[in-house]
Design a protein around this ligand. Structure first.
Ligand code: ZN
Length: 350
C-alpha cells in the first residue's frame, strides 16, 4: 500500500524578493542606477551624491579590543575580559548605564533592584577597602589578592555574620601577610585598620580555625566522591612569626647595613632558642637585639629611634637590653665579630 503524498501547500507567509522593484536616484533617474555603498550602512547615488538610504544594517565585523593598553586596535579579539575569580558568577550580565532619562532610568532602577548582583557590589566594596588598606601598607599586590581571596571564602560560607566587616578584613590581611611571608605585627595592622589589637587577635584565631575546617571539609568531599585531592589546594595554618622574620624589615626601616641585619636576626634566633628574655614579647626581643647588634657592629641606634620603628617603648628596649648585656659573652658568637667587623667594647652598658 502506497502512502498518499500530502498536497503541496503554497506557503503564503514565505518572504520572496520582489524583483520588479529597484532603487533609482529620484534626481538623476538613471537606469541602471549608479549606486555606491561608501560606508556599507548607506546607499548613495554615485552621480549626484544624494543619500538614497541610510541606517542600513552594517555588515562589517565588529572587532573590538579588550587589551589593557590600546595598541592602535591591532589586537582584534572576539572574546571579552577574563572572568574574575574573586567575583560571583561569570560576569556576563549586561549593565544598564546610569544617568539616562525616562525609560533608560526605569530600566536602570529595575536592574538595581535585582538582588543577583548585590552580593558582587558588597564584595567589590570590601575588595576596594582591602586594596586601599594594603596600599597604605606598601606591601606587594599578592598580599592584597590573598586577603581578597580569604575574604571571599568567608563571604561565600556566610560565616562570622555577627562580626563587623572591618574586623574580618583586618584578620584577612593579617593572615595574608603571614601566608605571603611578609608578616606584620598586630600593632602594624592596627595602625592602618584601626581595629584594636585584642580584636585582631581574636578574629585571627577564629579565622584560622575556620579556614582549616573549611579545608578539611573540602578535602573530605573530594575523597568521599572518589577523587584525588589537589595537594596545592590546601590551607596551611600560618606559623607564628619568629623575631628574626621581623629583623629584616625593621633594620631596613632604620637604614641599618646588612651586617647589622644579619647579626640581629641571628642574635634574636639565639636569644629565643636559649630562653633569655623568656616572657617578653617578640617585638621587645627584636628591638633589644637590633639595639645590641647596631652598637656591636658600630652603627649604634638609640633606643628612642628603634622604639619609633618597632613600636615598643624605649624603656622596655633598655630593660631587655640590660639582660642581654649581662650575658653578652655567651650570646655573641665570636664568628660575627672576628677580623674587627664588630667589637664587644662598643656595647654601651645600658
Ligand atoms: Zn543622483
Amino acid at each position: 500500500m502506497a502512502a498518499a503524498t500530502p498536497p503541496v501547500k503554497p506557503d503564503a507567509g514565505q518572504w520572496k524578493k520582489n524583483l520588479s522593484h529597484h532603487m533609482i536616484c529620484p534626481e538623476c533617474k538613471e537606469i541602471p542606477p549608479n549606486l555606491e555603498f561608501p560606508d556599507s550602512h548607506e546607499t548613495v547615488c554615485g552621480s549626484c551624491g544624494l543619500v538614497l538610504s541610510d541606517r542600513e544594517v552594517d555588515m562589517h565585523s565588529e572587532w573590538r579590543t579588550f587589551s589593557n593598553d590600546d595598541q592602535n586596535n591591532d589586537d582584534p579579539s572576539r572574546v571579552g575580559d577574563a572572568a574574575n575569580p574573586l567575583l560571583n558568577g561569570g560576569q556576563l550580565e549586561t549593565q544598564i548605564a546610569s544617568g539616562g532619562t525616562g525609560r533608560d532610568r526605569d530600566l536602570y532602577r529595575a536592574q538595581n533592584k535585582q538582588s543577583s548582583d548585590k552580593s558582587n557590589k558588597a564584595l567589590l566594596a570590601a575588595y576596594k577597602e582591602i586594596g586601599a588598606l594594603c596600599d597604605g601598607f606598601n606591601i606587594q599586590r599578592n598580599v592584597a589578592d590573598t586577603a581578597k581571596f580569604l575574604f571571599k571564602v568567608v563571604d561565600d560560607a556566610k560565616a562570622f555574620k555577627g562580626k563587623s566587616q572591618d574586623v574580618i578584613i583586618a584578620g584577612c590581611i593579617f593572615i595574608a601577610c603571614r601566608q605571603c611571608k611578609v608578616p606584620r605585627t598586630f600593632t602594624e595592622i592596627f595602625a592602618v585598620t584601626k581595629v584594636t589589637r585584642k580584636e585582631i587577635g581574636r578574629i585571627y584565631k577564629a579565622l584560622e580555625k575556620f579556614f582549616t575546617s573549611q579545608n578539611v571539609e573540602r578535602h573530605n568531599t573530594v575523597v568521599s566522591s572518589g577523587g584525588v585531592p589537589d595537594p596545592h589546594d590546601t590551607y596551611t595554618a600560618t606559623v607564628s612569626t619568629k623575631p628574626s622574620d621581623l629583623c629584616n624589615r625593621f633594620c631596613n626601616l632604620l637604614d641599618l647595613p646588612y651586617q647589622v641585619t644579619s647579626v640581629s636576626s641571628s642574635l634574636s634566633d639565639r636569644v629565643t632558642a636559649m630562653g633569655d628574655l623568656a616572657g617578653r614579647s617578640p617585638l621587645s626581643i627584636v628591638a633589644a637585639c637590633i639595639y645590641m647588634a647596631s652598637y656591636l657592629m658600630g652603627y649604634g641606634k638609640s633606643a628612642k629611634e628603634i622604639s619609633q620603628v618597632v613600636s615598643v617603648s624605649d624603656g622596655t628596649i633598655r630593660g631587655a637590653y640590660k639582660q642581654l648585656f649581662a650575658e653578652r659573652e655567651r650570646l655573641i658568637d665570636p664568628e660575627w665579630i672576628k677580623d674587627g667587623k664588630g667589637d664587644l667594647k662598643k656595647l654601651p652598658a645600658s
